[in-house]
Design a binder for this molecule. Structure first.
Ligand code: NAI
Ligand code: 15L
Length: 263
């Protein structure tokens, strides 16, 4: 690629991967609504609100690929979610269409299927069961990606990230954890595979307690290597195991199912 854009580059995930993708493109453009400094002097840093259509049009110009991490990442008031995750995704895809971007990795979330019980094993065909307005906004993002794939041929990896942190820190994360190394490997696969399409990919490491089946995306060549099992003892010592009827132990989305609608 000539230029790869990473949105949400100042966020938790963005900060951990933004200096690990230089080999994928000749130029890296990093963006966030927050000001931040890049570790790499070569990277272009552009401060931009995804909710501003004109600014997003300028942000995307000259880019061939996008890793779209930017947006509200937890349950919040609808006006905030709408600006970043609904207007923002619309602005991004319109800019991608106008500027000929070919491929996007969209950071979707397990919260698009959060009301499925933990006893179910889900694959890409699982019905959407969002567990809050945040989850609904990620459903919108997935739908936009499908529309722009079918209508304009823009390919998107719909990565339903589980819990992407340095380490799993509670019992639910023994099922949902995605390591940074495995995410970086997934980004590499997404931008290297000859034909991507618009697949759903569950973003989780090689955890024996997984609830998700990625059999449909074997063609990506992605083999997650980290295992939450290696942290099982540490989690048992540091986190209290939820009771069987606790939403954290019942639903795939865990405690998100208990979030109110924020007024
Ligand atoms: P984060 O909240 O730490 O980072 C998101 C970034 O987006 C922040 O730096 C924020 O300033 C930026 N942002 C928010 N509103 C914006 C706007 N209007 N315009 C431009 N930038 C804006 O979230 P995190 O954990 O880094 O997650 C990255 C992405 O992955 C998010 O889209 C999140 O929904 C998704 N995700 C993350 C998971 C995780 O376990 N970390 C799990 C599932 C999905
Ligand atoms: C998400 O979608 C959030 O962005 C992240 O902060 C975690 O809460 C994650 O889901 C999770 O379900 O653990």
């Amino acid at each position: 690629m000539e230029r790869l854009l990473i949105t949400g580059a100042a966020g938790g995930v963005g900060a951990m991967i933004r200096n690990r993708l230089d080999h994928l493109a000749q130029h890296i453009r990093l963006s966030d609504i927050e000001a931040f400094e890049s570790e790499s002097v070569a990277a272009e840093v552009v401060q931009c609100d995804l909710g501003d259509a004109g600014d997003v049009m300028g942000l995307v110009e000259g880019c061939d690929g996008i890793v779209h991490l930017g947006g509200v990442s937890l349950e919040d008031r609808f006006d905030k979610i709408r600006r970043a995750n609904i207007d923002g995704v619309y602005n991004l895809y319109e800019a991608a269409r106008r500027h000929g971007v070919k491929r996007i990795l969209f950071a979707s979330s397990n919260h698009v299927v959060g009301y499925h019980p933990q006893t179910e094993r889900l694959d890409a065909t699982a019905p959407l069961r969002p567990d809050g307005l945040y989850g609904v906004s990620k459903c919108f993002g997935e739908a936009m990606a499908n529309l722009y794939h079918d209508k304009f041929g823009i390919e998107t990896a719909l990565v339903r990230i589980g819990s992407c942190f340095a380490e799993p820190s509670d019992h639910r994360m023994l099922s949902t954890w995605l390591s940074i190394d495995d995410l970086v490997a997934l980004v590499e696969c997404v931008f290297r595979v000859p034909r991507l399409g618009c697949p759903v990919i569950y973003g989780a490491s090689n955890n024996s307690a997984t609830w998700w089946d990625n059999a449909g995306v074997g063609y990506l060549g992605w083999t997650p290597r980290s295992r939450s099992d290696d942290y099982r003892q540490k989690v048992a010592l540091s986190a209290q195991r939820p009771l069987p009827d606790d939403p954290a132990a019942v639903y795939q989305g865990g405690k998100f199912t208990t979030d109110p609608i924020h007024e």
